[in-house]
Design a protein around this ligand. Structure first.
Ligand code: PHE
Length: 344
């Protein structure tokens, strides 16, 4: 055998054994054997020295080795290429720890509304709801506020342009009227929901807010029952030892009427800016249901009496959590909302 044939075979073995572990080494391999100045090119050039009858055999042999080198190059390139793309950002690493999912939190108004509902449900109140778009009758007239009654001005009202008989309800008392119309006493309901008033928006007032109103109608319901129910609510909501005080007031649908204050949670009655140095903060309106209202709902006012109360959920939440601006509830800034994570 010619020495040049031996050289080709030795190169074939070398190619076979050549260890390639990285793309860099692969490139070195390509330059050494396959490239335009590579060894195989040199071997081809050696064909000049080969005897004419062996030129064909020699050519085939070198071609074979060249193919072998190219195959090795392509196979390794493919496998190294896969590895490098596996670590690129498009692919998924199934072994990586999962990304944490940020949990939302309940809105503070929902939290406080649910707490109010829960406290009253423990003493036998069930939920009654009514529409937010309401007729004049359910929002005003049935509640002892006939047309042109001055008390209507107590609640600045949004009217519907197409139909002056329809309003955005100014309180959830509409649900109380609807309940009294459709149920026989004893009635014991609370009416949570959104209400609207044409108020200038400020830190203390908003044109939309939430209420929970309550109604209890039965034989011999007294003012003492009202006071006890509200006292129970206060202790559960704001903590034992919170004092209450009832001040005479006026609502067209209750007689007598009162507003209830609680001892200031911030200064515990000492006097501070929240309670305007009085030691007390107002939290709700209440009273004994006016017999006219019972009559409007076809409930015998000779036989039955009842009490009613109504509170603003935002106000309760502001006192409970020390929030000083009602607008925060409607802006839905996550930095505000996420402080209530984990509270139900
Ligand atoms: N409906 C009254 C309001 O929205 C609150 C209230 C309810 C007062 C029941 C007394 C009795 O202002």
């Amino acid at each position: 055998m010619d020495a040049i044939f031996e050289k080709v075979k030795a190169t074939a073995e070398e190619i076979n054994d050549y260890a390639i572990g990285s793309l860099e080494e692969l490139e070195q391999f390509r330059i050494k054997y396959i490239g335009s100045k590579g060894e195989l090119k040199n071997l081809f050039a050696g064909i000049k020295e080969v005897a004419p009858e062996k030129k064909k055999e020699f050519g085939q042999l070198v071609n074979q080795v060249k193919q072998q080198a190219e195959e090795k190059f392509n196979t390794i390139k493919a496998s190294l290429g896969n590895e490098s793309s596996a670590s690129s950002k498009n692919s998924i690493d199934l072994t990586a720890p999962g990304e944490p999912i940020t949990l939302g939190s309940r809105h503070p108004i929902s939290i406080v509304k649910n707490q109010i509902i829960e406290i009253f449900s423990r003493i036998g109140f069930t939920i009654a709801e009514g529409p937010e778009l309401e007729s004049d009758w359910y929002n005003f007239s049935a509640l002892n506020m006939p047309e042109n009654h001055p008390a209507r001005d107590m609640q600045d009202t949004y009217f519907i342009q197409q139909d002056p008989d329809i309003v955005l309800r100014t309180h959830t008392s509409n649900a109380q009227i609807r309940t009294m119309e459709s149920q026989e006493p004893p009635i014991r309901v609370i009416c949570p929901g959104r209400v609207y008033r044409n108020e200038t928006i400020s830190a203390r007032a908003h044109c939309q807010f939430h209420q929970v109103e309550g109604l209890y109608i039965d034989e011999k319901v007294s003012f003492a029952d009202l006071k006890q129910a509200l006292y129970y609510f206060t202790q559960e909501m704001f903590g034992e030892g919170t004092k209450i005080r009832l001040r005479p007031s006026y609502f067209p649908f209750t007689e007598p009427s009162a507003e209830m204050d609680i001892s200031c949670l911030i200064c515990e009655g000492e006097g501070c800016s929240v309670c305007k140095h009085t030691g007390w903060v107002e939290i709700l309106g209440c009273g004994m249901v006016d017999p006219n209202v019972l009559d409007n709902c076809k409930i015998d006012s000779e036989k039955y009496t009842g009490f009613a109360f109504g509170m603003g959920v935002e106000r309760i939440a502001m006192l409970k959590y020390g929030i000083n601006d009602i607008r925060l509830f409607f802006e839905n800034d996550v930095r505000f909302l996420e402080q209530f994570t984990g509270i139900n």
